[in-house]
Design a protein around this ligand. Structure first.
Ligand code: ZN
Length: 271
């Protein structure tokens, strides 16, 4: 997953510069069909907008417009207020961009993947669970948000509920370790002749339900010079991984290098 940081420094909410301790995440969708993440990031980078989220997500990009990192999460103005307070005080927020035709299934699948991947990343970063993720309309029902319908005007068109979304995030959170060690043993770069039987460490840069998204990340890595990036399938996921290292140190070096370039990675022990 590649997060583009593009802060909206001209936005009033950015200028307010307040911080929160996140305890969950709210999922929105823009209600502005056909306008993608980059365009929103530009539109909202000016005074007088009076709203801001942490992330815009579309089928290709994840753009962070307000700082949202471990130990440095800013307060967004994303859900207004309800009878019991405001989710802005405790929730980080992502805004899914809507396709011009809300029934566009190919687009929906991709933006859904990206949103689930991002939500899992946020849950890991701030230590909350998949059950702490709600959409705007659920926030309204819970009394912590304004009366908006998102994302329930859209998800059901594709047979998906917020419970499905939470389950998909939960699956990602539980996918930290790679349990399928056997499947591609020996195919990696450091496989050797098999005389060594210690663990093999791999660096994982993403796990996707969709082949297309995995391929996209994989070719992005190859373009960036990581020619040994590959996609493997396991447990219903397409996993983008690099290398097969005998030494944890070497895997860690590659992992850190990728993190510096903005990739979210972890090390997989593939036996
Ligand atoms: Zn909303």
């Amino acid at each position: 997953m590649n997060i583009i940081k593009q802060y909206v420094t001209q936005n009033d909410c950015y200028k307010a510069g307040q911080k929160i301790t996140p305890r969950g995440c709210m999922v929105h969708s823009t209600a502005t069909p056909g306008v993608m993440a980059q365009a929103f990031a530009l539109r909202w980078n000016q005074p007088g907008v009076e709203k801001a989220v942490h992330f815009f997500v579309d089928d290709a990009d994840i753009i962070e417009i307000l700082p949202c990192e471990a130990g440095n999460a800013w307060r967004a103005w994303h859900c207004g207020r309800g009878s019991r307070g405001s989710g802005n005080d405790t929730l980080v927020s992502l805004e899914m961009c809507e396709s011009r035709d809300l029934k566009d299934k190919a687009y929906f699948d991709r933006v859904y993947e990206n949103a689930a991947e991002l939500a899992a990343h946020l849950a890991r970063t701030f230590g909350f669970g998949a059950e702490d993720i709600i959409c705007h309309s659920e926030g309204y029902t819970a009394g912590i948000a304004s009366n908006h319908a998102d994302v329930m005007h859209w998800f059901p068109l594709h047979g998906v509920s917020m419970d499905d979304f939470r389950r998909d995030v939960k699956n990602r959170l539980e996918d930290k370790t790679d349990e399928d060690g056997d499947s591609d043993e020996g195919s990696g770069a450091g496989g050797g002749a098999g005389e060594q039987t210690g663990p093999l460490y791999r660096v994982q840069a993403g796990a996707f339900r969709s082949r297309e998204n995995a391929d996209r990340l994989c070719s992005q890595l190859k373009d960036a010079g990581y020619s040994d990036a590959y996609v493997k399938t396991a447990g219903g996921y397409y996993k983008v991984q690099l290398g097969a290292f005998r030494s944890l140190e070497n895997a860690d070096r590659l992992s850190q290098q990728l993190e510096k370039k903005g990739y979210e990675t972890y090390i997989v022990n593939g036996r």
